[in-house]
Design a protein around this ligand. Structure first.
Ligand code: PXL
Length: 279
């Protein structure tokens, strides 16, 4: 039976992040992608002025109630950028429902980068995200999000392997059995991810070349590719590699074209090869 992932994130109409990347990436991996949009924005909130924002919180319960009447199954439920704290509470109930159906609960606590929260969020929102992560099986924070969730100081570039491993184990203690930390770098020209599995207390790393600059939406691309690989039964170590390579190649194309990274990166031209991994 074909697998289905339910993903709960905003629609940023322009800017290649959240649902506009999750849908094509997960679909390309052969998985049906059902969506629960949390908000509709004209663009994402990173670097654009005057964007529109329509909150869709009111639609969440009726949509999920209808799905329940269909007994809709899912291999995973994946949350990304959320519109409000009320949504965090509603999603806790969705997690409970789908955990019972055997779904993997997957949280990308998309709320911050480079030591700062995204413009729409405050510390209360970050605490709500911590609670959501506690109820997940697998989480995929960047270093900023990891430190916000743990109430620790953001270390900037000033960290070493023992600190990363401490963060991984602390995050897993909150609840998730597996944690993937993104944006990890121990050498200035290399960047990648660290993956922790509590059951075996094991840590895997994967690094690629670092391309200079800040590229919007790459966390969402990474998270979507990672989950697509996991639901396609790749190991966690294989999946962090697949997601890192896919994200790097997307950044590389946008860098080579000198396109404005505010509009996200060219993942589209990697989808053919990505799909080929899963046939
Ligand atoms: O890529 C994360 C993201 C998703 N959705 C919206 C955003 C951001 C990051 O800024 O603003 C609306």
């Amino acid at each position: 039976m074909q697998k289905r992932i339910i993903t709960i994130q905003d629609i940023s109409c322009v800017g290649r992040c959240s649902l506009t990347v999750a849908l094509p990436i997960i679909s390309a991996a052969g998985i049906e992608t059902s969506i629960l949009p949390t908000a509709i924005l004209s663009t994402h909130t990173g670097g654009f002025e005057g964007y529109t924002f329509r909150d869709l919180t009111e639609d969440i319960e009726p949509i999920v109630a209808h799905w329940q009447s269909l007994d809709l199954q899912a291999a995973a439920v994946y949350t990304g950028y959320l519109g409000s704290m009320k949504q965090q509470k509603l999603i806790t109930d969705i997690f409970d429902q789908y955990r019972q159906k055997g779904a993997l609960i997957y949280v990308d606590p998309a709320m911050a980068d480079n030591g700062v929260l995204y413009p729409a969020f405050d510390m209360d929102f970050a605490l709500g995200m911590r609670d959501l992560c506690a109820g997940a099986d697998l989480i995929v924070p960047n270093l900023t999000e990891a430190t916000l969730i743990l109430g620790r100081e953001y270390p900037g570039e000033d960290y070493d392997q023992p600190l990363i491993e401490e963060l991984l184990r602390e995050l897993a203690e909150l609840g998730p059995g597996q944690v993937v930390l993104t944006g990890v770098s121990f050498a200035f020209d290399r960047i990648g991810a660290a993956a922790y599995t509590r059951e075996t207390d094991s840590i895997d790393y994967y690094f690629t070349e670092r391309i200079e600059g800040y590229y919007h939406g790459t966390g969402d691309i990474y998270a979507s590719a990672l989950l697509a690989a996991i639901v396609n039964e790749r190991t966690l170590a294989e999946s962090i590699k697949i997601a890192c390579d896919f994200t790097l190649e997307s950044i590389r194309r946008t860098y080579a074209a000198a396109d404005d990274p505010k509009y996200g990166v060219d993942f589209e031209n990697g989808l053919g090869e990505f799909a080929g991994l899963f046939v």
